[in-house]
Design a protein around this ligand. Structure first.
Ligand code: FAD
Length: 493
């Protein structure tokens, strides 16, 4: 099947799935008020790839059928530029607010499959082959894939990785005629209610004697024993005036329980193999997916600058302090754009003819972005002040007795009418203040690991060659000789 439409995606959501939210188990994701808005939002992304076919679609390298460009295994810098054009269209749809539109996992699995030899180590050739076959299945059926890679926190002092005997973390507990049985849990799978399949792949390295935890696979969401416990829904009514963001972009986050789940053998990518589990995530994975997610973050920063600027215009806030804050948002966007370009320009053949971006600029972005996003949110709150709440609803604007008063007392500066002013500030509050806005900030802080951890990694893995050279110039020099030379120069003067 080539690239799907929104209607085909919604049809796929009718597959059975055990989704819990609030006080109930969900009968139909696409019809439930907690999910209907975002279901339509993800469907719109599927439709978008047909509307923007030049940017979003490409022929499958084997069948020639049209598939999403996010499935591309890049083989040149030009391929990365081609992929970027498609990813930009998808990011623009949700102004970067849906972090896990299916292109995120499409890019991830294209990277895994392109560098399958990184998985085909320590006797895992069959797992690597299954992975390559899975990526073909993913792209040819245009699957919506979610993922869950972090084990649950019970006792934080015990560390990130499960110790032998841990009965909470996801692990293999048995074998069947067709595959293995897994049991345990993993933390948040964003997009889970809107996914067709669930991916489990490595994250924190495992200690010795933990082979049963070293598993990676992809299975349908409908697999018996899979249970998804969603956080509270932040989806508001389908009233796009009152809740322009919450009405369509709540992509959800669900805790995943694997209650004796069978994983077919041909869906296993790592089967109790700690050496592979511990090595693959340090290789090509992350500079590849960082292209997708940096494009998304850049889109969100561009939107934030535009929105904050518009907020100041409707109330004619021309204070230099306000411009300073607007310039700060703009700077974050431009720094992100520069890092993206540097990473793409610095792309190299990682092996097997697969071209991926330079990791170093992305390491800087990965560590800095969570703090930038928090600051951008703060700036919009500071600029917005009380105005984000002096923003009448659609119903209030439509009330004939209120409307003349609102038009007079809640109009904007110059010729900005009350309705336009309300729209801008409602959009701003939905961006930085509502339940979904709070969730989105939490997402930025943690979806690629915390800023603190990433700064530490940036330091540990950064290339210090030039930095060392600059310091060694001073530490290696013959101080006596330099002193004499300096005195000669001083004497000449
Ligand atoms: C909204 C949201 C959506 C998510 N979606 C997904 C998903 O789709 N799939 C998925 O697999 N996971 C998902 N996650 C989980 C995410 O991957 C983890 O939250 C992330 O890896 C951080 O791990 P943690 O929660 O254990 O926190 P930690 O990394 O333990 O961080 C908690 C706090 O401790 C601090 N800290 C921890 N270690 C150190 C250290 N060494 N030095 C200094 N400070 C430290 C951090 O800075 C932070 O303040 C999601 C999380 C959120 C919040």
């Amino acid at each position: 099947m080539p690239a799907r439409t929104g209607a085909q995606f919604l049809e796929g959501l009718k597959q059975p799935r055990e989704i819990w939210v609030g006080d109930r188990k969900i009968e139909s994701v696409a019809d439930d008020p907690a999910f209907a808005g975002a279901a339509r939002g993800v469907a719109a992304v599927y439709d978008l790839q047909h509307k923007e076919a030049d940017a979003c679609l490409m022929p499958d390298p084997e069948t020639g059928e049209k598939i999403n460009v996010s499935h591309m295994i890049p083989r040149s810098r030009q391929d990365l530029a081609r992929r970027r054009a498609g990813l930009e269209k998808i990011a623009a749809y949700s102004v970067g607010l849906m972090g896990r539109t299916p292109d995120y996992m499409n890019v991830t699995y294209a990277g895994f499959a392109g560098r399958a030899e990184e998985w085909a180590v320590n006797g895992n050739e069959e797992g690597a082959e299954n992975l390559v076959n899975y990526q073909k299945y993913l792209r040819r059926h245009d699957i919506s894939l979610t993922h869950t890679i972090v084990n649950p926190t019970i006792d934080k002092a015990q560390g990130d990785a499960p110790q032998p005997g841990n009965d909470v973390a996801l692990r293999k507990v048995g074998e069947t005629e067709h595959g293995i049985v897994v049991r345990g849990a993993r933390i948040l799978a964003t997009l889970a209610p809107f996914a067709d399949e669930l991916a489990v792949y490595p994250s924190h390295p495992l200690p010795p004697d933990c082979d049963e935890y070293a598993i990676s696979f992809c299975i349908p969401i409908s697999t018996p024993g899979l249970k998804f416990i969603c956080r509270d829904s932040f989806s508001e009514s389908s009233n796009f005036f009152d809740h322009p963001i919450s009405a369509r972009f709540d992509e959800q986050d669900a805790f995943v329980i694997f209650d004796n789940v069978e994983v077919p053998r041909d869906r296993l990518h790592v089967n109790c193999n700690t050496a592979v589990y511990n090595s693959v995530m340090m290789r090509s994975w992350w500079p590849n997916v960082m292209q997708q997610t940096t494009i998304r973050a850049l889109t969100k920063l561009e939107f934030a600058w535009g929105l904050a600027s518009r907020m100041t215009e409707v109330i004619n806030d021309v204070k230099p302090q306000t411009w300073e804050m607007l310039g700060e948002i703009w700077s974050y966007a431009e720094l992100t754009r520069a890092c993206l370009k540097a990473a793409e320009d610095g792309a190299i053949d990682y092996g097997n003819g697969v071209w991926l971006p330079d990791a170093q600029p992305f390491a800087a972005i990965r560590a800095s972005m969570p703090r930038w996003m928090a600051r951008v949110s703060e700036i919009i709150q500071l600029i917005g002040s009380h105005n984000v709440f002096a923003a009448p609803s659609r119903a209030q604007l439509d009330d004939p007795s209120l409307r003349p008063l609102i038009d007079h007392y809640l109009r904007g500066a110059g010729d900005v009418g009350a309705e336009q002013r309300a729209r801008v500030f409602r959009l701003a509050w939905d961006f930085v203040g509502t339940g979904l806005a709070g969730r989105n900030l939490q997402y930025e802080r943690f979806y690629l690991g915390s800023s603190a951890r990433n700064y530490q990694m940036a330091h540990l893995f950064g290339d210090r060659t030039r930095a060392n050279e600059l310091v060694d110039r001073f530490l290696a020099e013959d101080i006596g000789a330099v002193n004499k030379a300096d005195r000669r120069v001083a004497g000449a003067v």
